[in-house]
Design a protein around this ligand. Sequence first.
Ligand SMILES: *Cc1c(COP(=O)(O)O)cnc(C)c1O
Length: 379
Amino acid sequence: MSNIQIPQSMLPEDGRFGSGPTKIREAQMQALNDAFPSVIGTSHRQSPVKLIVASLREGLPQFFSLPDGYEIALGNGGASAFWEIACANLISRKAACGVYGSFTKKFAKSIETAPFLEKPAIFECEPGDYRLPEFTEYADSYCWAHNETSTGVAAPVQRVEGSERQNALTIIDATSGAGALPIDISQTDAYYFSPQKAFGAEGGLWVSVLSPAAIERAYHIEESASLPGAARWIPPFLSLTSALENSRKNQTLNTPALATLILMDNQVKYLNEQGGLQWATERCKRSASILYRWAEQSEYASPFVTNPEARSNAVVTVDLDESVSDNAVLAALRDNGIVDVNSYRKLGRNQLRIGVFPSVEPSDVRALTECIDYVVEHL
Ligand SMILES: *Cc1c(COP(=O)(O)O)cnc(C)c1O
C-alpha cells in the first residue's frame, strides 16, 4: 500500500485507462446480461448468434463508410493471428514494412520467418516516431501500423506512391487505431484489428476490412498454393478465404467467444448512434489533448513523442522526470482504483501510458491528470 489517499471528489468516475483491454461500458455489460439465456450458451451456427454477426457486418461498414466492394471478415485469434493470415494469404513474395515499436516489429518478424516469402524490406526508426515503408522494387505488400500501441505513436495511412502501379496491397495493423483515429479506408486493402481496444470488447477475435484487391489476391494465392510442388502452406485455420466465406454466412470458421461478439456489436451500435467515426475520433482527440497539454505544462512530465504529428490520440505516452518513479505513481493510483496506466514494459522507460479510447470520458481524463499531480505531490 502506498498510503496516499486521493480525495474522493478528485477521482475519475471510472478508473480504467488501459491500452487494451480497455474500459468496457456498463451498457455493454447490460447487453451481455440481456443475451442470457437467449444467446449465451447457444450454438454459433443458429440464428441468435448469426444475427449478432450480421449486425456487426452492417454496423462496421456504416462506421467506416466502406467504399463499394469492401467486405468485413472476422475470425478467431486476434490481430496476432491476422499477422500469420497476411503472411499465408496476402503477401505474394515480398513485403515492405514500417517498424517503429513492438507490434510493427512482431509482424515484420513473422514475415521474415515465413519460409515461402522473401525477406521483407524493413524501414525502421527508434521508438517514439514512425517510419513508413518506402517504395520498394518488386514489393507486393506494404505494411505498417495505424497506431503503435507500445509507444503512443500514430502514423498516417496513405498508399505508398507508386504502389498502385505494382498492384501492391496496403496492409494496416489498426488494432488500437481503428475506431479512435480518422481513416480513409480506400487507402487500405486490409485494415485489421482486435476488438479489445477502441471497441471496448473482450479479446480473441480479429476483424479485417478487405478491399476487392485483397480478396482477389487471397483467392489467387490459395489457388497457386494448391498446385503440386507449391512451397506455400496455408494452414486451414489461417485461410482468409474460409474466414471470408464464413463471414458472408454470418459465421466464423470455428467457435467464437459469444461475449466478445455481443460486447463489440453493442459498442459499434453505440458509436454509430453517437455520430460514428467522426464523433469517436473527435472525442479521442479531445481526451488526448488534455493529456498532452497537461504534460507540456507539468514540471515533472513531458510527452514522450516529441514530434506533435506523430502523437497518438488513442494511446498517450508521458515520460516522468527521473525524480518521480513511475512504479510509485502506478502503485498509488492503483490503490485508488486508477489502473493500467503503466508503460509498455519492453520500452523500459519511466513512463505512463494512457488509453483514451472512445469509451473513456474526457472529464475522467481531466480528473486523471489532477490525481497524478496529487499523487506526485504526496509521494
Ligand atoms: C494489441 C495489439 C496487437 C495484438 O492484439 P491481440 O488481439 O492481442 O492479438 C497487435 N497490434 C497492435 C497495434 C496492438 O495494439
